[in-house]
Design a protein around this ligand. Structure first.
Ligand code: ADP
Length: 588
């Protein structure tokens, strides 16, 4: 039913139906008008004919023409024309009738049409003839020469109107057939006219619905109606424009997607209902959840501080920020900024960007630890210097005074060493860009230079130093720094290896690396200390280290120098057997 209704709403139907209806009404109206005109035309032609024939007859009646001759002429005329002619004398007596015997006819003086004709007035009248069983049209005209306005005769002629109904039937049938043909013709014309306008419009509508589905290549059929052709070309240029816009939007979307998914910062978009609408890979990785739909609720992030920040962002409607910790091994610190998205949507949305600030936090805690360590390290020598200085003031005995002066000198030297080591560490902290100045170094030269500085101390301790390194091993680096690193390791071996210790220094190429090892046959280091040995101020035995003039920074310096050269340092040690420290560097 609905389909039928829709069919009547099409452009084709809206043009075809009114066009055919209008032409049908017009044709019917014309047919009816023509049909009704038939009566008048027929009657007027019959009248004309009666006027002419009655004129002829009345004109021929005169006193000079014998009446028999007139009667004969009238009888002939009646036979040929089918017109009944009656001649009535002024006294009403019928003197001639072409169809009936005049003698048997009644006096006609009482008939109004005869009366009016005898008075000189030509007139028409219609009667039903019982004799001929048909309607007749009569004409009565005066004849002869009038005396005082009265004519001696009156000619009456009558013509049956039965031909009219026959003609009407025939004519009606013809009109009907013609009307039907005209309606059929107008239907055909209306069909082609509706089709000519309807088809291009349908094609336009089809093209428009294809555009709506994203097919911008669709085009309406060519049409030679200028207005429709104009709409078609406007639609085509609109489609081309839309296609270009869609293309640029898709490209922009892809670019934004790329940026979004490759951002190192974690990003997620959350609705005020607490649903995560989108997140990037970094975010999914941090919270160990899937970034693909269906996405979780904010609860899945399992972070109460973050949930509180989300709530605060939606409550305040402005930018909010907080620091949150995520994970346990290792725990990471993020700075999170939440911003409301300005674009209109059913539910308000906000974007949260999480920036990893763990390194800042760890640097901060390292810095705090370092300051605490330095303060602690300085306190002991400064206190010792203070006490020695005070006692020195009160002491008169020259040998005691010399002792306290020596104490002061020793502690000052310790502070000096500490400051030197701290300055070197600080230099190393900022030396990441120093690598450009590195040159080619012969590893054996580095080892020999380091050994020279320890010769006296080794001799004093009764230690033996042996070196095993090929002359042809080269690395890229800074000679002084690498010499300091090896020197620190040799110094530790002498300090902590005990008297008569064997110290062996080797430089070997292993694959693409050079392993520079300083091993000793000293007491070794318990395994629980090995993991923290390279931390600043870490000592196995604090008292012994201090007594031996250690700053607690020697191995930290070695580690930094190795790292600065793109290498690392490791330790192996066994209690009672000795320790072995290896710096691994890239070989040239
Ligand atoms: P320090 O200035 O105290 O020597 P280091 O950082 O050089 O500081 O060394 C840290 C600690 O590691 C030392 O205090 C010491 O206890 C231990 N250590 C270092 N080298 C050796 C070694 N060769 N044998 C035994 N212990 C060592």
């Amino acid at each position: 039913m609905k389909i039928m209704k829709d069919k009547f709403k099409t452009v084709f139907a809206r043009i075809f139906i009114p066009a055919i209806a209008t032409s049908a009404v017009l044709i019917a109206f014309l047919a009816a008008a023509n049909y009704s005109m038939l009566d008048r035309i027929y009657l007027s032609s019959v009248r004309k004919m009666l006027v002419n024939s009655s004129g002829l007859i009345s004109g021929s009646i005169s006193e000079n023409v014998p009446f028999e001759k007139i009667s004969k002429r009238c009888a002939e005329f009646g036979k040929k024309s089918g017109i009944r002619t009656t001649i009535v004398a002024s006294d009403g007596k019928v003197v001639f009738d072409s169809d009936v015997d005049s003698g048997s006819m009644t006096n006609h003086l009482g008939r109004p049409e005869i009366k009016r004709a005898l008075s000189g007035e030509r007139n028409f009248s219609e009667h039903y003839s019982n004799t001929l069983k048909t309607k007749m049209l009569y004409i009565a005209v005066p004849a002869g020469t009038a005396v005082d306005g009265e004519y001696p005769y009156c000619v009456r002629q009558a013509m049956p109107l039965q031909n009219l109904s026959v003609a009407k039937k025939l004519f009606g049938y013809e009109i009907l057939m013609l009307s039907a043909a005209a309606i059929l013709l107008s239907a055909i014309l209306s069909y082609f006219m509706a089709r000519r306008i309807g088809m291009p419009l349908k094609s336009l509508s089809l093209a428009a619905s294809k555009f709506a589905k994203g097919d911008f290549e669709a085009r309406a059929e060519k049409c030679n109606i200028p207005e429709i052709a104009e709409v078609g070309s406007a639609m085509a240029s609109m489609a081309a424009d839309l296609k270009a816009r869609e293309h640029s939007l898709t490209r922009r979307n892809c670019e934004l997607d790329e940026i979004f998914s490759h951002m190192s910062d974690a990003v997620f978009i959350c609705s005020s209902e607490g649903r995560i609408l989108r997140m990037n890979s970094a975010c999914a990785q941090i919270f160990s959840i899937s970034k693909d739909p269906p996405l979780q609720t904010a609860e899945a992030l399992r972070n109460s501080k973050l949930l509180a920040l989300i709530e605060k962002t939606f409550d305040s409607g402005s930018e909010t920020s907080a620091e949150i910790e995520v994970g346990s091994q290792p725990q990471k610190t993020f700075s999170v900024v939440g911003t409301m998205l300005p674009y209109e949507s059913r539910v308000p949305r906000a974007i949260f960007v999480m920036h990893d600030i763990s390194y800042i936090s760890s640097n901060e805690s390292l810095r705090r630890e370092f300051v605490a360590g330095v303060s602690h390290e300085l306190k002991t020598p400064i206190t010792a210097i203070g006490i020695a200085a005070e006692t020195l003031e009160e002491t008169e005995n020259p040998s005691d005074r010399r002792h306290f002066i020596e104490v002061i000198q020793k502690e000052v030297e310790r502070v000096n060493m500490l400051v030197d080591d701290m300055l070197l560490l600080s230099k190393l902290d900022f030396a990441a860009n120093m690598t450009g100045d590195f040159g080619e170094l012969n590893v054996l030269s580095v080892i020999e230079e380091a050994c020279i500085s320890h010769q006296n101390a080794a001799e004093k301790a009764g230690d033996k130093i042996s070196v095993d390194c090929d002359d042809g091993i080269y690395v890229k680096g800074d000679f002084t720094l690498l010499q300091i690193a090896v020197s620190n390791l040799i110094g530790n071996a002498i300090k902590y290896g005990g008297k008569g210790c064997n110290i062996h220094i080797s430089g070997v190429r292993i694959g693409g690396d050079v392993a520079l090892t300083v091993s000793d046959t000293g007491p070794g280091i318990a395994s629980e200390h090995l993991g923290r040995l390279f931390e600043r101020f870490y000592r196995v035995d604090k008292g012994r280290s201090r007594a031996l003039g250690g700053t607690g920074l020697g191995l930290a310096i070695v580690k930094h120098i190795a790292m600065l050269h793109g290498g690392n340092v490791s330790v192996k040690s066994e209690l009672g057997k000795g320790s072995s420290f290896t710096i691994t560097l890239k070989s040239l």
